[in-house]
Ligand binder design. Structure first.
Ligand SMILES: *[C@@H]1O[C@H](CO)[C@@H](O)[C@H](O)[C@H]1NC(C)=O
Ligand SMILES: *[C@@H]1O[C@H](CO)[C@@H](O)[C@H](O)[C@H]1NC(C)=O
Ligand SMILES: *[C@@H]1O[C@H](CO)[C@@H](O)[C@H](O)[C@H]1NC(C)=O
Ligand SMILES: *[C@@H]1O[C@H](CO)[C@@H](O)[C@H](O)[C@H]1NC(C)=O
Ligand SMILES: *[C@@H]1O[C@H](CO)[C@@H](O)[C@H](O)[C@H]1NC(C)=O
Ligand SMILES: *[C@@H]1O[C@H](CO)[C@@H](O)[C@H](O)[C@H]1NC(C)=O
Ligand SMILES: *[C@@H]1O[C@H](CO)[C@@H](O)[C@H](O)[C@H]1NC(C)=O
Length: 365
């Protein structure tokens, strides 16, 4: 009798576990199956890079796979190299937070199934040969804080769903870093970009973007870096730059911008790294306020149609190291005050119409 009693808990335990286990194991196998399906879709793993993805060890120990703490069987990060395309099966990894597929030889599209990775926070797909459009479904990954797609051949437009349908924009407001330089992007920047209010770094340099720079950019008050160089943006610089109080680097170089250099740019004391407006069609004078850029290291205004004289207030730029004003229509004498620029190391004033003497600067150039 005692024996039966003592067996009872074991029996109950077995009974419970026979209900509980299958549920639990199918749950904890989900990502293992997803990874195997991912592997099988890449056609026999030609480079043997997923060789370690086999049953000899737990899937969380497979090369490039990281699992979570709270859900120890769920894949939270993937770091893969030597892939040639992104399998649709990526969408099966519902707990994925970090995906690094940079420096692979990826071609084809970003699968729209990426929208299934609703926990995705960081997406690195830079330095590949990804083509086609950025899937608008990416906007459904509302936890995204970092997107880097630079150095690809993405054609087509920035999907309006990065900004246009309000419900979806609401979801991308966590985005802090948008890095899509040198990817053959064309079209315009949607106005809705102004809703990504947490954006800190916005780099769409070296693409084929055109149209006006949307004035809604001035809503992005957390922006540290705003880089649109090497596109075909046209029209005047209209955004309210005075709102962008965190801006450290501004590059609008090599576009087709016309009109004046806005005075407000020169009041952004946060600009500490660089301001580069070179190689446009800007045809105003250099605002007197330039001297307010007291923290900036590099000023590049070369190859525009700038008129008038160099403002003598320029000596307010106390930490200026490089000043490029070549290739404009500047005239008059070079202000004596420039000899106060103690940090200046590089100066290019060539191809202008200056007269008179060059003041004695810190070092002879
Ligand atoms: C599933 O869970 C069981 C029990 O917790 C564990 O023994 C097994 O290794 C897990 N399997 C996977 C693939 O995570
Ligand atoms: C499975 O992966 C391990 C490394 O995790 C490797 O040592 C082993 O040779 C692989 N087995 C097969 C059959 O591929
Ligand atoms: C998206 O996730 C669901 C389960 O959450 C799954 O059934 C579906 O197949 C996934 N879609 C893709 C394209 O991976
Ligand atoms: C992503 O992977 C590339 C190539 O394997 C590596 O060089 C890079 O450091 C990784 N980036 C991050 C943020 O882990
Ligand atoms: C500016 O940002 C606020 C929220 O920070 C948002 O409500 C508003 O719609 C944005 N304006 C534009 C023009 O994007
Ligand atoms: C600058 O160029 C525009 C045409 O792009 C012209 O309308 C304007 O008068 C010019 N301004 C100056 C000061 O030359
Ligand atoms: C100086 O500026 C002009 C006009 O931008 C440019 O053509 C020239 O190459 C520059 N010189 C040097 C030495 O960089």
């Amino acid at each position: 009798m005692a024996k039966i009693v003592s067996l009872l808990p074991v029996y109950i335990l077995l009974l419970i576990s026979s209900f509980v286990l299958p549920v639990k194991s199918s749950d904890n196998m989900t990502d293992m199956y997803a990874l195997l399906s991912f592997k099988s879709s890449i056609d026999g793993d030609p480079n043997g890079k997923l060789f370690s993805w086999n049953h000899s060890v737990h899937h969380c120990q497979w090369k490039g796979v990281v699992c979570g703490h709270r859900h120890p069987e769920r894949v939270t990060a993937l770091n893969l190299d030597s892939l040639q395309f992104i399998p649709e099966e990526l969408g099966l990894l519902g707990r994925l937070k970090f995906l690094n597929l940079s420096e692979n030889s990826l071609s084809g599209n970003i699968p729209s199934s990426i929208s299934n990775c609703s926990k995705l926070e960081v997406l690195h797909i830079e330095s590949n040969h990804i083509q086609g459009t950025i899937p608008s479904q990416l906007a459904q990954c509302r936890e995204l804080t970092y997107i880097s797609l630079r150095e690809n051949s993405l054609l087509g437009i920035i999907p309006p769903s990065l900004g246009s349908i309000p419900a979806e924009i609401g979801r991308l407001t966590n985005l802090r870093i948008l890095n899509i330089y040198e990817t053959l992007l064309e079209g315009t920047i949607p106005l809705e970009i102004g809703k990504l209010s947490n954006l800190q770094w916005f780099d769409l340099s070296e693409n084929m973007l055109s149209g006006e720079i949307p004035s809604t950019i001035s809503n992005l008050t957390s922006l540290n870096g705003f880089l649109l160089g090497g596109n075909s943006f046209e029209g005047k610089i209209r955004m309210k730059l005075c709102n962008m109080k965190a801006l450290e680097v501004l590059s609008l170089s090599s576009n087709k911008l016309t009109g004046a250099i806005p005075k407000e740019i020169m009041t952004l004391t946060s600009l500490s790294i660089a301001i580069d407006l070179s190689n446009n069609y800007l045809n105003s004078t250099i605002p007197h306020e330039i001297g307010k850029l007291k923290n900036v290291g590099i000023i590049i205004l070369s190859d525009n149609r700038l008129l008038g004289e160099i403002p003598s207030s320029i000596d307010g730029c106390q930490v200026l190291e490089s000043l490029y004003l070549g290739g404009n229509l500047l005239q008059g004498t070079i202000p004596l005050s420039m000899s106060n620029l103690k940090s200046l190391q590089k100066l290019n004033l060539s191809n202008n119409f200056f007269s008179g003497q060059i003041p004695e600067l810190k070092d002879p150039f």
